[in-house]
Write a protein that binds this ligand. Structure first.
Ligand code: MG
Length: 263
């Protein structure tokens, strides 16, 4: 009987561990997925899958809203010549990536990412050309979608619009959300409900106290878009949590080299 109870406990622990997700513990975030070395279109499902295969902690992607209120994944406000905000989803389907993929919906992208629990989905809420109201509408629809799919465990939000991140925090106080625009002190970002800074690496060079200050008040640090080994090394020496890069393979090699030197 005792053995049965023991076995049941083991099974429970094992199952709950699986449900909790064991995301890869490294600093690497693939910027728009893994596309450069892998030869995939940026922000395609193929680039997300490649980032997962590489073992990145996170894979970043950009989300816009179409004219008929569909959340879609693409970096630029245009998809092969069609402006996303003023096109319907059906119109956008006329174009495709060179690998034959159509523009992914945010829903399809999240569902693909949720097939695994090793790589986080770094969801950038893009600033809408049409203005603040549209950006906040996109923000609300994004958080609603993540909740509808039960994707909270996978998703961390990032945004350039300060009010968008504040709104994410209001809508979901448990959400991880980092600010991209580099014009707020760590204290200002924390006060607004942000859980991290995700600034261009030059911002940390200009404000050398910010990484320490942010860590002191419990904010995480990410930096974009870091493609040179010198800047990667410098940030690793400052114990940043994440580095967003177009060169995830290069960053993994550098991390392996540093580990070797440590041992
Ligand atoms: Mg982005």
């Amino acid at each position: 009987m005792k053995n049965h109870i023991f076995l049941a406990i083991i099974i429970c622990v094992a199952t709950s561990t699986q449900v909790m997700g064991q995301f890869n513990k490294n600093v690497v975030i693939a910027h728009r997925g893994a596309w450069k070395e892998a030869g995939n279109p940026q922000n395609s499902i193929a680039s997300l899958d490649a980032a997962i295969t590489l073992g990145c902690h996170g894979s970043e992607f950009d989300v816009h809203l179409t004219k008929d209120n569909i959340l879609v994944v693409n970096h630029d406000p245009e998809f092969y010549g069609l402006e996303i905000e003023t096109s319907t989803y059906k119109e956008l389907l006329k174009k495709e990536h060179p690998n034959g993929e159509k523009i992914p919906t945010a829903e399809a992208y999240l569902k693909e990412g949720m097939k695994q629990d090793k790589t986080k989905l770094i969801f950038e809420i893009k600033t809408a050309k049409a203005g603040k109201d549209q950006t906040l509408k996109l923000t609300k629809m994004s958080v609603d979608l993540v909740h509808k799919l039960g994707a909270q465990q996978w998703v961390e939000y990032i945004c350039f619009d300060f009010d968008a991140g504040k709104y994410v925090h209001e809508l979901d106080p448990n959400a991880q959300v980092a600010y991209l625009n580099g014009d707020k002190t760590p204290e200002e970002a924390k006060e607004a409900g942000y859980t991290g800074l995700d600034y261009h690496f030059s911002v940390y060079e200009k404000n050398p106290q910010w990484i320490k200050k942010a860590h002191h008040i419990g904010l995480s640090i990410n930096a974009w878009t870091v493609n040179s080994p010198e800047v990667m090394k410098n940030l690793l020496d400052q114990h940043v949590e994440y580095i967003t890069t177009n060169e995830p393979e290069m960053l993994f090699k550098l991390l392996a080299k540093r580990k070797k030197t440590e041992n």
